[in-house]
Design a protein around this ligand. Structure first.
Ligand code: THU
Length: 140
């Protein structure tokens, strides 16, 4: 599903990719040395980013996707229309993050920015609902 070049992306998606890449440079990953950056785009057009934050007690690690989503929620923006994840290698997001993001919009677009493909390659795009069929939701 990789489609063309980074240059051909809509301007909002370019900003989203840039924010994810920036956040990745701040990842705290001394244990795995696997750095991840993420950025979410809200319906209002704002972008919030996050990176993975590891801990000596490994299980406390927070993934980049959840950090970015929490940053948006903390400002009162819950309508997430897209998320970009920057890293080297796939697959991503992890199962936990798929479910976490699903809460805020099962049909958000997921942009997977695999930097192994170079910075000029367009990210792979996929719908979250395709990455997590039959995700869990409570009707309210
Ligand atoms: N990680 C993420 O940030 N997002 C994912 O979807 C999968 C994994 C991080 C957690 C940990 O810091 C490192 O990648 C290795 O698992």
């Amino acid at each position: 599903m990789t489609d063309g070049s980074h240059a051909a992306l809509p301007v909002q998606w370019k900003s989203l990719v840039a924010a994810a890449r920036d956040a990745r440079s701040n990842a705290y990953a001394p244990y795995s040395e696997f750095t991840v950056g993420a950025a979410v785009l809200t319906k209002a057009g704002d972008i919030f980013s996050g990176c993975n934050v590891e801990n000596a007690s490994y299980g406390l690690t927070i993934c980049a996707e959840r950090a970015a989503a929490c940053a948006a929620i903390a400002t009162g923006q819950q309508d997430i229309v897209a998320v970009c994840i920057s890293l080297t290698g796939t697959p991503i997001p992890c199962g936990t993050c798929r479910q976490f993001l699903y809460e805020f919009n099962p049909s958000m677009t997921v942009l997977i920015d695999d930097l192994n493909a170079g910075t000029e390659a367009a990210p792979e795009t996929v719908l979250l609902s395709n990455l997590l069929p039959r995700g869990f939701r409570l009707e309210r």
